[in-house]
Design a protein around this ligand. Sequence first.
Ligand code: S3P
Length: 186
Amino acid sequence: MTGEGKMAELAGVYPVLIGLMGSGKSSIGRRLAAALELPLVDLDAVIVEQVGRPIPKIFAERGEEGFRDLETDMLARVIGRPAVLATGGGIVMRERNRALLRQHPPVIWLKADPEFLAARIKGDANRPLIAGGNALETLRQLADLRYPLYEACADFVLPRGDMKKSEALREILAFLHRWRRENAAG
Ligand code: S3P
């Protein structure tokens, strides 16, 4: 099959990316969206646009719960649209969000360990959960809490690490083809 024919096979497939902060949801999402000729919807960016405030300000003014309320509202609004959807790392914390994810496969978990992530996001002022604290320790706690939840929502787990982004993209596309064939009617 030609490259074009292969991509046509994925028409109507709208992947959702989940994983801890720093796992590459936005950057891999961008590449995946380009390959599928879909827009990338970044849920954090949707929230920022909706509220007109950056994420740390939203946390400061409304608390984490206030942010989570917005996140759930926006997820319900955008999930299922013809796009690649990159979510925020905490998306799996609410049952309602997990239900929405399960209703809109395929969901891809970019699984990376806290050591890998801490090196990437250390000192990122735009991430209120790690700002000013011990990023590695926080990421370890988040991983303990969230890994089982990501696992429960994911149709595919992509282990990140030293893998190049181009390789990650290839693996995801191979999964999407398998998933499409397995989920084809008949
Ligand atoms: C969060 C992750 C962030 C953002 C917010 C909370 C989290 O998104 O939604 O800071 O709870 O892990 P990224 O995963 O895109 O950094």
